[in-house]
Write a protein that binds this ligand. Sequence first.
Ligand code: C2E
Ligand code: MG
Ligand code: MG
Ligand code: MG
Length: 286
Amino acid sequence: EAKRQGRNGYHFYTREMNSHSYRYLVLENALAKALSRDQLEIHYQPQICLASGRVRGMEALLRWEHPQEGMLPPAQFIPIAEETGLIEGLGAWVMQRVCRDLQQLEAGGLRPEWVAVNLSPRQFRQADLVQTYRDILRQGDIPPQWIELELTESTLMQDVDAAVNSLRQLHHLGFRLAVDDFGTGYSSLSHLKNFPIHTLKVDRTFVQDAPEDANDAAIVTAIVAMAKGLGLEVIAEGVETSEQLAFVKGLDCGLVQGFYYARPAPLETLIPLLETPPRNRLPPPH
Ligand code: C2E
Ligand code: MG
Ligand code: MG
Ligand code: MG
């Protein structure tokens, strides 16, 4: 690695120093205690069916209520958790919390079809992942069909053969599977048909510049068409404006997720969307 960066290894050295900066070490330390100090929370963001206006799924998104820094987004701590291995414990906690929330929703007659849970590359490689998830679901008496696991395209492409194998195990257990951030990971499209997946999520960077940017519009159009051709659900991520909504609606994209309809929020605040037909509550699609 050092050699690839240049003869003296200078760049490698500074990068290493940066990734273990003072802030990094302080956050790492605090993150290790965040679980036992009850500082972690899950926010949920609805995934809405464009045809019916109904909430079909919700994505679970981790939040860290840091005592000094306030609510930290995952971009500030997931990479640390990933590098240090803390992500394995955090991931198990997320699944436990999601199961608890699913129990509550089910009891209230408010459960959407699925809750989506993100997996980082390290979790996906975790040797006891399948067993850990299976145990958590059994303890909570939750059918795996209620949970959609989201893996990014780049996670899946790191080792395609291993990925197919792991996906088959998770699929066999009964989980729904989604490819997240699709379009950014340089996948060979031929691999898609070997993945036992239900859902493609179009990366929000494409959605955000469509329809103004003709290239992004073409990419979104192609991904939606391909997903439909493969019989997959397709979710347009990051829909913020009525123009973006109208654009993906015109493509007959099945589902949308984005600030236009709802930002990620604590479960309690989403209850009204789950109990009332959203058509009556949300601004109608143009
Ligand atoms: P992701 O899985 O692609 O999640 C979607 C991200 O897009 C979320 O950011 C969400 O808040 C954001 N988003 C949704 N709609 C919009 C929109 O209309 N506009 C904009 N600008 N953003 C939108 P968030 O919550 O900051 O999460 C970032 C990433 O952190 C996630 O990306 C996921 O990769 C990771 N992550 C979150 N929770 C977990 C977790 O429990 N475990 C793991 N391993 N990773 C997680
Ligand atoms: Mg995701
Ligand atoms: Mg995404
Ligand atoms: Mg992402």
